[in-house]
Design a protein around this ligand. Sequence first.
Ligand code: NAD
Length: 262
Amino acid sequence: MDLGLRGRVAVVCGASKGIGLAVAEALAAEGVLLALCARGKDELKAKAASIEQRFGVEAIHCALDVRDDGELRAFVQWAAAHFGRLDIAVPNAGGPPAKGFLETTTAEWDSAFAANLRSVVAVAQAAIPHMRRDRFGRIVAITSYTAKQPSPGLVISNALRPGVAGLLRSLSNEFACDGITANAVGPGYVDSERTREVLRGQAAMRGVSYDEAVAAAMTDTPLGRMATLEEVAATVAWLCSRQAASTTGQTILVDGGSYRGL
Ligand code: NAD
């Protein structure tokens, strides 16, 4: 399916690895021009160069922390000024720490709020005026399965992700008339380097093998395996497509069927 995205411009946050990088690659494969940000300068630069070489699209980049509201807004403006337009925005960052509620600190709550909720506000506020001008926009935030179903040990995520869903639903109501959609993609377990690290830690803690830790994690996943990075990224790319114009205000889970609600 041609997603109709060739020549469009996207900002993708947290794009040096994991889901953000996979999204950048999926959009580049569709001919989308990219502005990428993440914290680590060298890794981001290398990944942007690799994308340019493999997909033949321009990928500008800027190292920043999405918790810095001013820098994040300036990054979005810089991208729009550089390309002369802005069609797609993918707010994304690393997730909050996994902890029991009583072990969480105020600093961790503040940091997660800034990285996982306020950054979506900043990206959307900076991007929407550009999208509105061209009467086309796609905002796709990377959130989590916890947007719909709280997960044990992920209390900060459980509290913040539904807030992002509420924000995006509000934006969908306000800006649908401008051709702008606002959705989230919520992964369950994704087979990424970060997840493997977490599962290796759990295996060591329980004194079991890595495969046993994966099997335990998959107990509640009917599909029986983790989603791939490419499957998550393909869902994001489709939400950005011209064909997805009527899908807005949704959190689309990529969770192998783990969520049991309707
Ligand atoms: P990751 O750690 O592999 O990659 C995170 C990316 O974001 C990196 O490029 C990193 O440099 C960047 N980043 C992190 N904090 C940043 C900050 N403050 N400012 C700028 N850049 C920052 O993470 P991932 O697995 O790709 O996860 C992305 C999101 O998806 C997270 O919110 C995570 O909680 C969520 N998620 C992931 C999974 C999974 O299994 N991987 C499952 C559910 C939800």
